[in-house]
Design a protein around this ligand. Structure first.
Ligand code: COA
Length: 181
């Protein structure tokens, strides 16, 4: 399948918003249950661009089918910390788009000075946890019954990746190998 990984841009705001909304409405993977309003999503992308945060989209036929971002913490004592989010439309999962998005986003965040990337993932999300571990993320804790999704309590696993510990292979992964050019 022809998938292109490319940095965030405002002209793809509607597509990103739509993809975010689909994944949020599954009520299984994200901490919000629908996308924020389109206008605040646009403002978020503008912030990504203005503040030098990292966000990449996976495009298929020009349509956004996945995203990954690392948003920098604004507290001065945590300015080296970024928080990672990722999602792919259901019909595009299991096709190794996640690793390509992660590789591009993590490499970009490290390049821009992030030294620690952290995330929160539901304990039942085995696929995401397997992927994060493959990229060197380490489990740092568990918040029991942290969320309630459609009446079911979910534990949250806290994971993080330090730049100093990240496998060198991450930055070497080509997000757009030749067959996609
Ligand atoms: C999590 C997600 C980003 C992964 O991206 P993807 O492109 O589907 O990932 P891959 O195709 O590389 O699959 C990831 C790995 O998990 C493995 N995997 C799949 N299902 C699994 C399961 N139930 N248990 C354990 N591992 C599993 C795959 O085999 C693969 O490992 P491999 O490289 O050894 O084959 C994507 O599935 C997604 O968007 N899910 C819904 C949203 C979400 O969970 N976001 C993260 C919130 S914290």
């Amino acid at each position: 399948m022809d998938i292109l990984i490319q940095p965030a841009s405002l002209d793809l705001a509607d597509g990103f918003w739509r993809a975010l909304d689909v994944v949020a409405r599954e009520h299984r993977y994200l901490i919000f249950q629908e996308a924020p309003p389109l206008e605040s999503t646009r403002k978020f992308i503008a912030q990504v661009l203005a503040k030098g945060w990292s966000q990449f989209y996976a495009l298929h036929d020009g349509k956004v089918v996945g995203w990954c971002d690392v948003v920098r913490d604004e507290r001065p004592d945590r300015a080296h910390v970024g928080r990672l989010g990722i999602g792919i439309l259901p019909e595009f999962r299991g096709q190794k788009i996640g690793p390509r998005l992660l590789a591009a986003t993590i490499a970009d965040a490290f390049e821009k000075g992030v030294a620690r990337i952290e995330l929160e993932v539901f304990a039942t999300n085995a696929r995401a946890i397997a992927l994060y571990k493959k990229f060197g993320f380490v489990e740092e804790g568990r918040q029991r019954q942290a969320c309630c999704l459609d009446g079911v309590h979910e534990d949250s696993i806290l994971m993080a990746l330090l730049k100093t510990e990240a496998p060198q292979t991450i930055c070497a992964i080509d997000s757009n190998p030749p067959e996609n050019e």
